[in-house]
Design a protein around this ligand. Structure first.
Ligand code: HEC
Length: 132
């Protein structure tokens, strides 16, 4: 019969191996599979682009980011569906918020809007800039 749990101490090479195995847990993986969370304000990697509509999604993105405040008169108006659709359909809206060359940078402060908001704008445009 073996003596209970007696062994030689680990040699330094084994300790290094165990240490690196423990450290190899990927803490940079932000894929969040927790669907029980009720935090709807979270800006993590979950971005719902399936369920976007002009009235709920797009109006709040444009209002919350100050776009409507600056764009209710003048050349570029973003205060009605028809006006937003015009700038969305000619690619200027996305070009501006994605800071693409050839477009003015929006918002002018230079801090881009949330990447999920951009994805949701893009999804709405790809779905046909509907008045939904
Ligand atoms: C502080 C005021 C201000 C804010 C906030 C702002 N804009 Fe603008 N934006 C302007 C001005 C001024 C122009 C130039 C208008 C013109 O040429 O008549 C402009 C131009 C644009 C254009 C035309 C770009 C081009 O290259 O021709 C688009 C599209 C646009 N804005 C979208 C947005 C969106 C979307 C937001 C919100 C994320 C936003 N803007 C926020 C002031 C603002």
């Amino acid at each position: 019969m073996l003596d209970a749990c007696t062994h030689e101490p680990f040699d330094p090479r084994e300790i290094t191996l165990i240490d690196s195995t423990l450290n190899s847990v990927d803490t940079t993986d932000t894929t969040n599979t927790d669907t029980t969370t009720t935090d709807t304000t979270s800006t993590d990697t979950i971005c719902d682009t399936a369920d976007v509509s002009y009235a709920t999604t797009i109006v709040s993105i444009l209002t919350d980011n100050g776009c409507v405040g600056c764009h209710s008169s003048g050349r570029v108006m973003l205060n009605t569906h028809a006006n937003v659709k015009h700038w969305a359909d000619n690619d200027t809206l996305l070009g501006a918020v994605k800071h693409e060359s050839g477009f003015m940078t929006m918002p002018p402060s230079g801090t881009p809007i949330d990447s999920c908001a951009i994805e949701r704008l893009e999804a709405w445009i790809n779905q046909g800039t509907k008045d939904n």
